[in-house]
Design a protein around this ligand. Structure first.
Ligand code: DGY
Length: 328
């Protein structure tokens, strides 16, 4: 009898996903709340053909060299900046991600964070809970207008486009965007979005939403110089990845009111948060939850599981990132 492949689920997932994988594999799970160090991950990956990761497990040349049985790493995330993809391809290891199933949910959250930030929702709630609300007053927590104001989007992939549609069709916002490549005229029309260069985006946006992937090229794409080009009334929303914004520079800009406010779901070095961001009032902070509805997180986990099954059992992964590995 052929031995079933062994896999590791590197971060706790829903029980039905574990059961699905157990139908095909010998499965080692990870208890809830546990995050393996690189050394522990390497140890647990010995003899494993596949692993289900989140964006938090770094897969690089050193790990690959130490895990010779590994054939596939299935990321439970659309972003895969935790992968050294060239190293994986060189080692003949397939990488997969979890696109599409989270697009609309993440766009909803981008909008929620924009609304909360512009309309000062959490700042005013803290004030109320602290018993500081004594009377109604005309300018109490007066924020920025959302409807009709100009939305700038940096990074115009599927999530950026879903946000643009909400903004243009639901809130009557003029949408401008900057992206590595310009959308087709059909897509621009569907999003009612206008392509501009980055300098114009920074200068014109009333609200600037970041939805670009993290890479060496996008590291600190928004730093002190870029923040200085934004309107003093502008808000900045980051639902993309930590490291795209220079968090230290942002804390200074917020404290000195060089921009009005920020909403951040992702952070450099998360789950640590730059201490200065914790002390400025005009920032809304959430713990990387943009795709976190139960149906969407379930769909992401099932897609990651389907990639493991698709590849290791049927030879056909659903969403491969380096399909050249399949050809080889
Ligand atoms: C993603 O899918 O990339 C989200 O940020 C969750 O990690």
């Amino acid at each position: 009898m052929n031995q079933r492949p062994s896999i590791l689920i590197a971060r706790a997932v829903f029980p039905d996903v574990v059961e699905k994988l157990q139908q095909h594999f010998e499965v080692e799970t990870t208890p809830a709340g546990v995050v393996w160090s690189s050394a522990e991950l390497v140890q647990r990956l010995q003899g494993k053909a596949g692993v289900l990761t989140t964006g938090g497990e770094r897969i690089d040349a050193a790990l690959l060299a130490a895990c010779p049985h590994l054939k596939i790493v299935a990321n439970l995330a659309v972003g895969y900046n935790n992968f050294d993809l060239p190293a994986m391809t060189a080692a003949g290891v397939l990488g997969t991600n979890a696109p599409d199933v989270l697009t609309e949910t993440t766009a909803d959250f981008g909008f929620a964070l924009l609304m909360a930030t512009a309309r000062r929702v959490t700042e005013s709630e803290r004030f109320l809970r602290a018993g500081q609300w004594k009377e109604w007053s005309l300018d109490l927590f007066a924020g920025a207008e959302v409807h009709g104001s100009t939305l700038g989007i940096l990074g115009m992939g599927r999530i950026g486009q879903a946000i643009a549609r909400r903004a243009a069709h639901g809130f009557g916002m003029p949408v401008i965007y900057h992206n590595r490549s310009r959308l087709t005229p059909e897509l621009e029309a569907a999003c009612k979005a206008t392509y501009v260069d980055k300098a114009e985006l920074l200068r014109r946006a009333d609200h600037l939403l970041l939805v670009l992937p993290y890479s060496a090229a996008s590291h600190h794409a928004i730093g002190a110089a870029e923040l200085a080009q934004m309107k003093p009334t502008a808000t900045l929303i980051n639902i993309a990845r930590g490291g795209i914004v220079d968090d230290a520079a942002l804390a200074v800009a917020l404290r000195e009111r060089r921009i009005a406010a920020a909403g951040l779901d992702v952070f450099e070095g998360e789950p640590r948060v730059h201490p200065d961001l914790l002390t400025v009032p005009n920032v809304v902070l959430t713990p990387h939850i943009a795709s976190a509805t139960l149906p969407t997180r379930s769909a992401m986990a099932h897609l990651a599981a389907d990639n493991l099954i698709g590849f290791l059992v049927e030879g056909r992964p659903v969403t491969p990132l380096n399909p050249e590995v399949l050809a080889a």
